[in-house]
Ligand binder design. Structure first.
Ligand code: C2E
Ligand code: CA
Ligand code: CA
Length: 451
């Protein structure tokens, strides 16, 4: 066998344990005793010379050495090449289980060994729950490692030739999954700049009293004007912002601007002689934002900075905040006690139990757009919308229907007793200046899809 240290490749030599570093004495009697006391399947014992796995075989577990030494090598017989000698605390066999590839090297016990076994399933579960960026980094490191191992092997067998690791890495980087993750990482980096460079802006969609079709408030909706990507809709970046906690600085930005804009709406109402303290702005608050321990203090500080009334701000939260019910009830109560109204957004889509409605007081239910879309074509959707409106009425809560696109949907909702409507039938979300122009005006209904 050739020892890798004889090959001139500084990259891979680093960290190697020379064979002569292995302690000569091993007390194998301790292992025998262990078999008796440790029959659990997550401990494996090997005798000197035992093959643990062979190059090319499928990988279903990794090992952590508790005691003993293991040799990692490629090739066989005279042509085998030692890559590493590992001892207590070292991990081996992890590459194959991380990327579900065949073993790229063989492992053999060079003295009695006791190893902890980590199953592929244990690792897969953790990798799947990690972020795509972490997965990409792991996968690229593995690929690099494999490419260098394969390249080293060819150095010892000059008759075989392989592309250099750099060439193989470029080919690997072209794969689609890699590109997708890279795109997400770029999106995240652009999004960080968006907050810093003031590329975000708010648009406003009117909410109408369905009985008289008057505008009673607006929902603020976030937009991102990205210099490279153009106008980006929230579906494309809010989920990522939530995953990465970027939603926190973004949420501060949204609160700041929505409060400043509320002041301008109020000034516009004053200007046309229709001062109205019932006029409101609905602000979407993400779960992460709402769960910040100091969310309430930030909200209060923001409204005070802009001198706007808490009573004119509705906080739109989704049912997901009730996954941590005690905390959610506490935060909602605090906000309501200070005068903010709390609306449950996307009602009926997010959470399997309605118990929280009994334990937590809120101010309004927003029926999800998916129900409204099917309202005139599905009896079941109609029954569900009717039931939601009934529940709300019994609880003394108003209902908002979002996503109204046709006069027929509006008529059906009015007949069922829904109080407030929002949707393209009335208006698309508008830039602030256009929204200001709608205040106090009768709204011309322009159906995008008359039914
Ligand atoms: P959402 O809170 O349910 O907002 C309503 C969405 O429905 C908006 O999409 C709005 O443009 C759209 N919509 C309103 N009427 C109609 C209609 O008649 N037909 C159709 N097809 N769509 C209609 P948008 O602005 O793309 O926002 C999507 C989601 O992104 C929002 O859903 C909300 O969950 C999130 N989002 C938007 N702005 C913010 C924000 O400032 N903060 C947070 N945390 N989330 C936001
Ligand atoms: Ca909303
Ligand atoms: Ca909604």
């Amino acid at each position: 066998m050739k020892n890798i240290t004889s090959i001139n490749c500084p990259l891979m030599v680093e960290g190697l344990v020379p064979v002569d570093a292995i302690p000569p004495e091993h007390d194998s009697s301790a292992l025998v005793a262990d078999i008796a006391v440790s029959p659990e399947c997550n401990i494996r014992l090997f005798n000197a010379g035992d093959t643990i796995f062979t190059e090319g075989s499928s990988a279903d577990r990794a090992y952590i050495i508790e005691s003993g030494y293991v040799e990692i090598f490629v090739g066989s017989g005279e042509d085998s090449l030692q890559l590493n000698v590992l001892g207590p605390g070292d991990i081996f066999g992890e590459m194959g289980i991380i990327d579900a590839s065949p073993r790229s090297a063989s492992a053999k016990a060079i003295c009695p060994c006791r190893c902890i076994v980590v199953s592929a399933a244990q690792v897969a579960e953790r990798i799947e729950s990690s972020s795509p960026m972490v997965r990409l980094f792991i996968s690229m490191s593995l690929h690099r490692n494999r490419a260098y191992n394969a390249y080293l092997k060819t150095l010892s067998t000059p008759q075989v030739s392989l592309p250099s690791p750099a060439v193989s890495e470029k080919a690997y980087a072209k794969n689609q999954q890699y590109q997708q993750i890279l795109d997400d990482i770029k999106l995240e980096s652009d999004l960080q700049n968006a907050v810093r460079n003031d590329e975000l802006f708010l648009v406003y969609q009117p909410l109408l009293d369905l009985n008289n079709q008057r505008i009673i408030g607006f929902e603020s909706l976030l937009r991102w004007q990205c210099p490279q990507r153009g106008l980006v809709a929230p579906q494309q970046f809010i989920a990522l912002a939530e995953e990465t906690s970027l939603i926190l600085p973004m949420g501060d930005w949204i609160l700041e601007h929505a409060c400043a804009d509320l002041q301008r709406f109020q000034a516009q109402l004053d200007c046309i002689g229709q001062s109205n303290t019932d006029f409101f702005i609905s602000i979407n608050i993400s779960v992460k934002q709402f769960q910040q321990p100091n969310f309430f203090d930030r909200l209060m500080a923001c409204t005070q900075r802009h001198q706007v009334n808490a009573q004119q701000i509705k906080l739109e939260v989704t049912e997901r905040i009730f996954l941590d019910e005690i905390e959610a009830i506490d935060s909602i109560s605090k906000c309501r006690a200070a005068g903010f109204e709390v609306s449950l957004d996307d009602f009926g889509t997010g959470y399997s139990s309605l118990n929280y409605l009994e334990r937590c007081e809120i101010d309004c239910l927003k029926i999800d757009r998916s129900f409204i879309q099917k309202l005139c074509s599905s009896d079941r959707a109609k029954i569900l919308v009717g039931a939601i409106i009934d529940i709300a009425r019994q609880l003394g809560l108003p209902t908002v229907a979002e996503g109204i696109e046709t006069p027929a949907q509006m008529a059906a909702l009015r007949a069922m007793g829904c109080d407030i409507g929002q949707g393209f039938l009335f208006s698309q979300p508008l830039p602030l200046t256009e929204a200001l122009g709608l205040v106090g005006q009768p709204l011309a209904i322009a159906p995008i899809n008359p039914a």
